[in-house]
Design a binder for this molecule. Structure first.
Ligand code: PMP
Length: 282
């Protein structure tokens, strides 16, 4: 397999990093995850726009200009001969320098991006999943897709150990998002989700769900809901690049609605399917 680096596309074995790499030592970097369906990137431009926004927020420069990065990623896709469902992982760090918290004086960021096969979560999408509630202990700038994922890792592990698919994070009872997803609650005809403030990552699928709701005439309100609202919810679902739209049918010991994926969730899944359908391999 081939990897895109700041030096261009290299063979996987050629890519190594020194011990003193700022992503490893400080989590000093940002990243993106992009889906490929049948070998075609899904919403690549939206992901790249967010990458440059995240980088700017931590005063990091991305080694390639936007158009060049798109072209390089297309080259990477072709060289790996990707025709199946897959994901692209891409990260940019402030580089490799003698360990020191302060920025290096030289601007020499590291970038790597690789593509790996990834099956769609068909079973979870069809039948729904369980989730748990846990405290959101992250910092104040969750809108930056930074490499610092320790709170997310700990929350996800707690979910896994309790037999759940995802951890729903809350600050003083207000639901922000999932450990690696955005959260939506359906009550009556209306969909609610946390507004895209600094407290959440504004998911690419989240923004698409807003559009699907508008297209389908489903009212969507960007207003945070609480842990108490969950008990009264008709439907609950999560979104992310690797999960698409997945119904949540149980939270801790509370069954959501009738314990089955709901009609609003299913119509949004259908809209997602349709929006990503034309993607064919070339
Ligand atoms: N919130 C968090 C904390 C995430 O890690 C992710 C997945 N990267 C999301 C939301 C969903 O974002 P997206 O739809 O862009 O994958």
């Amino acid at each position: 397999p081939y990897v895109l680096t700041e030096r261009g596309v290299l063979r996987c074995e050629q890519v190594t990093y020194p011990m003193e790499e700022r992503g490893l030592q400080f989590g000093d970097g940002v990243y993106e995850v992009v889906s490929l369906y049948n070998g075609a990137y899904i919403w690549l431009q939206e992901h790249l726009d967010r990458l440059y926004r995240s980088a700017a927020a931590i005063r990091l420069s991305v080694p390639f200009a936007p158009e060049e990065l798109s072209e390089r990623l297309e080259q990477l896709r072709r060289m790996n001969d990707v025709h199946e469902d897959a994901i692209l992982y891409l990260q940019v760090t402030r580089g490799s320098f003698p360990r020191n918290h302060a920025f290096p004086t030289e601007n020499r960021p590291n970038l790597y991006a690789y593509i790996q096969p990834m099956a769609r979560k068909t079973d979870e999408m069809t039948h729904g999943v369980r989730a748990i509630l846990t405290k959101d202990v992250r910092w104040e700038y969750c809108y930056i897709k930074s490499l610092n994922l320790l709170p997310n890792v700990l929350a996800k592990q707690e979910a896994v150990e309790r037999g759940a698919f995802e951890a729903i994070l809350h600050r003083d009872g207000v639901v922000t998002e999932g450990s690696s997803s955005n959260m939506f609650l359906v009550k009556g005809e209306t969909v609610y989700t946390h507004p895209a403030t600094e407290r959440i990552l504004n998911g690419i699928v989240r923004t698409k769900v807003k559009q699907f709701c508008a297209d389908l005439g489903i009212p969507l309100i960007e207003k945070a809901f609480s842990v108490h609202d969950i008990a009264e919810a008709d439907e609950l679902f999560l979104t992310s690049t690797t999960s698409a739209i997945i119904p949540i049918i149980q939270v801790d010991d509370t069954t959501i609605g009738n314990g089955q994926p709901g009609t609003v969730t299913k119509s949004l899944q259908a809209a997602y399917q349709k929006a990503t359908q034309p993607a064919t391999s070339n």
